[in-house]
Each structure stands twice: as C-alpha cells, then as structure tokens.
Design a protein. Structure first.
Length: 313
C-alpha cells in the first residue's frame, strides 16, 4: 500500500505541475482567471462522474459524515482555487508554483495543532525545503506583485487545510468517491463565483480552449491520484512528495512559456529533489496519545466505537 501511495503521489505531482502552465496559457490567451477555474473544475467533476457511471456506480455511495467532510474540504479548496488562478493572472506560473510549494509547511502546522506531531526526519526534510524554495526564487527579476503573492500564499494555506479533512474520509471510502464529491463541492464554489462576478468569456483562439480542456483533464487525473496517495501514504507525506510538481512546472514553463532558470534555481531544485528522495526513509506515524481532542474527531464512519482511535496514520 505504501508503494502504491508513493506512485500515486508522484503521478499526482506530475499532473499538478502541468496545471499552472496550462492555466497561465489560457489566461494569456484571453480567458479570465475565474472563467478558467470554473470551466476546468466543472469539466473535471463531469469527467469523473462519467467514469464512475460507466465503470462502477457503487463509488457514488458515501455515508453522511463523509459527504459533509468532502463538501467541507471541497469548499475550502474551491476558495483556494479562486485565489490560485486570480494570482496566476498577476504573476508568472513559475513564481506562483514556487509560492504554492509552501503548502506542506502550512500542513505541518495544521497537523501539529491537531495533535499529530511530525517526525524528526520530516522536520529535517522541511528544513531542507526552506532554503531550496529560497534559492528557487532568486532569479525572478520582474516587479513583485504583492497582491498576487498574497493570493497564492492564501491558496497554499487553504490547499493544505483540505488534505487532513479528506484523509479522514479516505480511511474507509474509495479514492474515486472522495475525489468526485470533493470536486463537486469545488464546482459549487467556483462556478457561482464566476457567474456572480459578471465576467464573460470573450472570443478566444482555439488554443485557449485546448489549454482549458487539458487543464480539466490533468485536474481530473491529479485529484484522483492525489487522494489515492493520501489514502495509502498519508496527507503530509503526499504533500511533501507533491513538491516535485514544482520541478515539473519549472521545466515545462521553461520550454513552453519561455521562462528561464538561473544557477541558483537549479541548486534549489537539487535540494528539493534530495528532500523528496528522503521520503523512502520515512516511517508511518500515529497521532499523539497525550494531546487533546482532534478538531476533526466528528468525521468517523458510522457505528465505530468512540474508544477506538481513528484514523490510524
């Protein structure tokens, strides 16, 4: 299961790494940021629903507390997506993904406050990540858009917040089920936000719509593999492996969008890769037995006795 989680988390990182490049291209070609996020999320949810109806309709079942958890996680991540694509409209894809890569740090803090202290190796890996991200930001010579940066950091915080919620639901629900209801909740946030904004999608080149279609596809695949990774590996380790999406974004944005990498960025990428490789040495951890009640203690399968701790990490 751990190996399956590793493969799923890495696949998710590859798909997620493509998202900012495709999103940035669609925005450059004239589709407003809110339009991009609304169309890609709704299409991704539709694709997954279609796949479930064709291959296994049983994946549509979910118990009430699990549904509420997915709706909560999807709502949080939906708001985060609005900030993410609004930020992409103001800053480069590479810089945006660099800032977004801070979400494992936010997740460590959230889990720590939820009585799930990180391991010593996790803290070491995070200490390697900080200078890596610092080095990766050294070659940006453009004017700094503080609003765009703050939007992206808020998006990273909200993305981190939704992972432990989904991890609890994934304890006894299949990844496709959690993925679908989370994407549905995201759609219920981003589509009305676009409609209420009063924006319209102008006539744009076919390449712009190709970018949005590709974005919807990688969203569908990345969410499915993300939650498969969270289910088998845990939210924090999946997030740390997900940092490799940054390397994908930097490479593709270099080739596709013409963005350039400096020597400092390559050094930072090397440190980040080293941190990712160390995941092989990680061991599963359990919640602290001496802490207080978990914030997410209400997310439990029906009929599970209260004296049984859940989930097992």
């Amino acid at each position: 299961m751990r190996k399956k989680g590793l493969y799923a988390a890495l696949a998710s990182a590859i798909f997620l790494g493509m998202a900012p490049v495709l999103g940035k291209q669609a925005i450059r070609l004239g589709i407003p940021p809110l339009g991009v996020v609304a169309v890609r999320t709704a299409l991704a949810a539709f694709l997954l629903l279609l796949a479930i109806l064709i291959f296994k309709r049983g994946f549509l079942y979910i118990y009430p507390a699990g549904l509420l958890g997915c709706l909560l996680a999807g709502g949080i991540n939906g708001v985060g997506s609005l900030f993410y694509y609004a930020a992409l409209g103001r800053i480069d894809a590479s810089l945006g993904q660099l800032l977004y890569s801070l979400y494992p740090l936010f997740l460590v803090l959230i889990l720590w406050l939820d009585h799930q202290p990180p391991s010593r190796l996790t803290l070491i890996r995070l200490s390697i990540t900080l200078p890596a991200i610092f080095l990766l930001t050294r070659s940006n010579y453009q004017d700094v858009d503080l609003v765009g940066i703050l939007m992206m950091l808020l998006s990273a915080l909200l993305y981190a917040a939704h992972l432990p919620i989904n991890q609890r639901v994934l304890f006894d629900m299949p990844a496709p089920t959690v993925t679908f209801y989370t994407l549905l909740a995201m759609s219920l946030v981003v589509v009305p936000a676009f409609l209420l904004s009063g924006m319209t999608i102008p006539a744009v080149p076919a390449l712009a719509w190709n970018s949005v279609m590709g974005l919807a596809l990688v969203t569908f695949l990345s969410r499915l593999t993300l939650f498969l990774g969270v289910k088998n590996l845990g939210g924090l380790q999946t997030a740390l492996l997900g940092l490799s999406e940054l390397l994908v974004t930097l490479a593709v944005s270099h080739l596709w969008l013409g963005e350039r990498l400096s020597l400092a960025q390559w050094l930072g990428a090397g440190l980040l890769l080293f941190s990712i490789v160390l995941v092989a040495k990680e061991k599963p951890t359990r919640p602290s037995s001496g802490g207080g009640k978990s914030w997410l203690g209400w997310l439990r399968p029906p009929g599970l006795p209260r004296d049984i701790p859940w989930p097992y990490d």
